[in-house]
Design a protein around this ligand. Structure first.
Ligand code: V47
Length: 373
């Protein structure tokens, strides 16, 4: 390390954290708070990059994927969500199996490896719907991997299945479920739960479902929704809870920081997150989550420009081509069309002096002419 960087870390009070990282020691809650409280983002990024390069070198992962949101009907009423609709709302929809097949077929001309499926909690949907949905996708697009159902949806699926979670997961796996997305974690704080998503599964419930998923041999991601009413202490506690659960199960593939988009939500008065805040979240997550292999820069929420910079602030994954994202609007307009072609992802990664690796939903590198070109 250069003398300049050494004195910079000393001035910002992060030299102790640097020594812990060098020694491979775990950071604690106090370190997490110090990382949030310093104004010296460059030093936080420098530290996060040491860990990022220790874990992934210069590699940066991406996947050719597609999102399907099978219903927007939801009975949870989360204050941060603009996607949900009551069943009598004119915007309300439920996709039939034919609709699902049509949505998949629309992309027949492009290579897709992962289909990411999440939706609202619609109490009218029967158990069979969730199994048929996975089968419909896999029949229409043989070989594609299905990343479906957050822990919140799984709790609902178990409710309608009316049988133990372990048996539900066996059925879902048999239908073709490959892994689960990380949504619904929000912030593991009873206060935030009470204020923003009271009707939803509580934090302990989320952990229990994740434990069952990992026990069933299904890997998942985990998210944190930031930029609303949460405190720095609550974010540190959230990250440390995840680290503890990962020590226990080892089932998390990737941490996904999700920048809150206030447009159309019950928190519409809040500002959108800044580039500074977005880079800080990916860097601190990389430093505290020493046992999670990947940190995602989800460009949909932060803009591609900031996601590209995040590759030097802890992140080693750019998610993917995405195409259409219903949960939030495209920044700056009212549409849901949000797409980066794989060649644009490659350019972004290479321009940032990182090495692109095309992956599948489970982070296995795939050798394709694009990945090696
Ligand atoms: O759980 C809801 C979040 C999540 C808003 O696993 C919002 O690879 C921002 O989990 N502003 C669903 N976020 C999306 C999700 C996800 C996304 C990308 C990749 C992965 C992965 C998972 O979206 C919800 C909630 O936390 N969300 N409303 C909003 N206004």
């Amino acid at each position: 390390m250069s003398r300049l960087m050494e004195s910079r870390l000393a001035v910002s009070g992060l030299d102790k954290i640097y020594r812990k990282i060098q020694d491979g020691a775990r950071l604690g809650a106090d370190d997490g708070l110090a990382l949030y409280r310093t104004r010296d983002l460059t030093s936080v990024g420098f530290l996060a990059n040491l860990v990022r390069e220790r874990i992934s070198g210069h590699l940066t992962y991406f996947v050719r994927n597609l999102h399907i949101n099978y219903t927007n009907i939801c009975n949870k009423g989360c204050k941060f969500c603009s996607f949900y609709a009551a069943s009598d709302d004119p915007r309300a929809y439920v996709l039939s199996m034919d609709d699902i097949r049509d949505q998949v077929r629309k992309h027949d001309d492009v290579l897709i490896r992962e289909i990411h499926i999440v939706a609202g909690i619609n109490p009218k949907l029967p158990y069979q719907y969730y199994l048929d949905l996975i089968r419909a996708v896999k029949d229409t697009r043989p070989g594609v991997q299905v990343k479906a159902y957050t822990m919140i949806e799984l709790a609902q699926i178990q409710r309608v299945a009316n049988k133990p979670m372990d048996e539900v997961l066996v059925d879902l796996k048999a239908a073709g479920l490959d892994c689960c997305p990380g949504g619904g974690a929000e912030v593991f704080s009873n206060r935030v739960h009470e204020e923003l998503f009271r009707a939803k599964l509580d934090n302990e419930g989320w952990f229990d479902v994740a434990r069952a998923v990992h026990r069933a041999g299904i890997r998942s991601n985990v998210t944190m929704l930031y930029g609303h009413i949460e405190t720095e202490e609550e974010k540190v506690a959230h990250l440390l809870h995840i680290r503890e659960l990962q020590d226990e199960t080892g089932g998390f593939m990737c941490f996904v920081p999700l920048a809150f988009d206030p447009a159309g939500t019950g928190l519409g008065h809040l500002p959108i997150t800044t580039g500074y805040a977005n880079l800080r979240e990916s860097a601190i997550a990389r430093l505290l989550l020493d046992n999670i292999p990947h940190v995602k820069a989800f460009w949909i929420m932060t803009t591609p420009a900031v996601a590209q910079l995040a590759l030097w602030y802890g992140a080693d994954d750019l998610d993917g081509t995405v195409t259409h994202y219903e949960i939030t609007h495209a920044l700056g307009d009212d549409s849901h069309h949000q797409e980066l072609r794989h060649d644009q992802l490659l350019t972004m990664i290479r321009e940032a002096s990182r090495l692109p690796v095309e992956r599948d939903a489970l982070y296995n590198p795939v050798l394709s002419p694009v990945a090696i070109s």
